[in-house]
Design a protein around this ligand. Sequence first.
Ligand code: HEC
Ligand code: HEC
Length: 317
Amino acid sequence: MRYALAGFLLIVTAFSGLMAVSRSVPKLDEPTKAARIELGRRLFYDADLSINGTMSCATCHEQHHGFADGNRTHPGALDDPGRRNVPTLANVGEFPRLTWADPRLTSLEAQVAVPVFGDHPVEMAMKGHEAEIARRLTRDPCYRTQFSEAFPESNGAIDYPKVASALAAFERALVSRGSDWDRSAHNDRAQLGARVFRRSCASCHSGVNFTDARYHRIGPVPPPNAADPGLAEITGRPRDRGRFRTPSLRNVAVSAPYLHDGSAPTLDAAIAAHTRIVPLPAKERGAVAAFLASLTDHAFLTNPAFQLPQTACGNAL
Ligand code: HEC
Ligand code: HEC
């Protein structure tokens, strides 16, 4: 009898587990999806996601820089120095692996925990304060309305997983497909650059986002005590030292400085940093830089739908 009950419970547990899995890939109706993106947008700009209310996602991911920023690295809310250059978020919903060198991070929902709770480096410094996030947001009646519209089954309950889910929904809406390159509107110099690029660069910077999402080393092998071991930090394999994920090149002309440590101040310097694997004469580097400038999507950089929202629940924010 006891076994029968245990068996029954096991089946019930397995069944609800299955339900949870099918629920985790929701097919949202349009109004819910729109509400979730709009909520994610507000959260993206909300400094209440940092310990001392000084830092939002947008502090480091600025729209006019393609959702990167203009710094080599960006210090966290408690002034811990940043470790790596802020990557752009254009088309980030299409990336199979996230960040410069962590192949375990494959979903936007999971990635949110890195800036919010991470301590290597400390960014928004909320480690150990998960409940505080819910508490702060719940105080705002408009957030309660927005969460109930974005997650209709939850009756306005606010918790961190919903925060992450809404942020991910907003990030998936950050689609950039309006550059000159997308419209095949190249000038002559960019045409020459495009040819050089296809020959010398497209093996790694491949596809519509100009990345193979794989890990490569473009410079010399760093010493074992290097501040940033790259992929080796995760895999422990010496041959992964100095390997980083090929960055997307969309809107690259507005996201200087470059490379994982922000050490290249200009596009020319970033291209020159590949000399060991793809030596190019200065003239070709210039042409490639012109081609890269054709990947700037001005409509994306100024799209009002991605800006700090001016209103929520019909009231000015
Ligand atoms: C202090 C600056 C800072 C803040 C604040 C910050 N980020 Fe980032 N973000 C970074 C840096 C730096 C990286 C690259 C980290 C790495 O590769 O190790 C990154 C990487 C990412 C990536 C991966 C992009 C890619 O190309 O794979 C996403 C997505 C992202 N951040 C979203 C967010 C969201 C959402 C928030 C707010 C919850 C946020 N970030 C807050 C600095 C920041
Ligand atoms: C073997 C693969 C590979 C090839 C070939 C390659 N790249 Fe890269 N590229 C990378 C990787 C990996 C990085 C990041 C390296 C780092 O941060 O240490 C990178 C970084 C860049 C950056 C900086 C982007 C940013 O946001 O920081 C630019 C610009 C760039 N590459 C352009 C080019 C051009 C132009 C060519 C051809 C001349 C080229 N790459 C060839 C792999 C490659």
